[in-house]
Design a protein around this ligand. Sequence first.
Ligand code: LLP
Length: 399
Amino acid sequence: MNFKALAQKYKTPLYVYDFDHIKSRYNELKDAFHARKSLICYAVKANSNLSVLKLLAELGAGFDCVSIGEVRRAIMAGAKKYQIIFSGVGKSDDELKEALENEILMINLESEAEMYRLESIAKELNLKARISIRINPDVDAKTHPYISTGLNENKFGVDITTGKKMYIYAKNSPHIEPIGVHFHIGSQLTNIEPIIEAAGIVSELVRELKALDIDIKFFDVGGGVGIVYQNENNVSLYDYAQGILGQLSAQDLTIVCEPGRFIVGNAGYFVTSVLYEKFNKQKRFIVVDGAMNDLIRPSLYGAYHDVNVVGKNTSAGLCDVVGPICESGDFLAKNLNLPACESGDLLVVKSAGAYGFTMSSNYNSRARAAEVAVQDGEDRLIRRRESFEDIVALEKDLM
Ligand code: LLP
């Protein structure tokens, strides 16, 4: 990847995505489940750029969406509606209505209250809503607490007893059709045992539901497969897929999974230019033109992202890489050994393809970065850099 040429052409800060890498990650995962019917529903929240979604739609992916905005993005990018899933703990009436009208594959319910809302909306529209229910299996995913979702203390899903009650209600409702079961215990899982344990618990529930004549067709294991940022364990997709399939034994189910980070995380680079290098009494800082508004993971989760200085290898000692935002929490890396830098040098922050641009903001009235795709050796702009005009567009005529 020629970051220097890309930075010259598109300026910085800049997100660059390797589309060939995205493609091969999708194919790897699809292949891991080849022995069974499977549907890979890419989690749009990880990176929702329309060109990324289009690439995945062309490969046959479905999409896991958590707002009607994400559903619209998926459809706009060419997704097949019957391959779209709509999840999330707080869907509004308007969102549920639009999802029903679009006849997506299924709506993933996260509470009893939501089921009754959906039922009455489906009744008004004279439709039958295909649903799955998100089960919280109370399994510890052993990941960062902010991205762990499968414990009783988390807001997501319903416990098994409530779930069973909901399935029985749904089966008897003329406006709801239960077709799937869902769980997602957390993100950036580098140990797959908790997912397999959860799959076992939920598979037992499916057996009980089938005995009650509730015809579950889709077994959705959520996302969460972790990636290597630093020195994490490389998850074996073979073990992941076999572990899950092993819990299903002879049941005839289509496996659905909702990977986000696994597909796009390592494919993305955040490219930023050095403004200055400065020293205070205790520390060395490299001040760059990218900031926490562009990539918030280090500030929010203490996440590690590897950083390279383009064309330089000799370390000049420990430093923090910081942005121009007025917060001490505005850093992209802490205590890294990096070469001496001068104004104009380029820093490449790695593994920034997931939850990078999608979590960016206009804090400090900073325009969001441009996004570029590189595929078969060719680069192309897939989101233009925001301008000041873009930032004030929704306010300036209302002063
Ligand atoms: N399915 C559901 C229901 C989810 O809640 C999530 C992520 C996924 C799938 C995709 O998970 P993945 O395969 O990407 O791990 N902003 C955080 C991650 C939050 C994940 C939220 N849910 C981060 O930057 O680490």
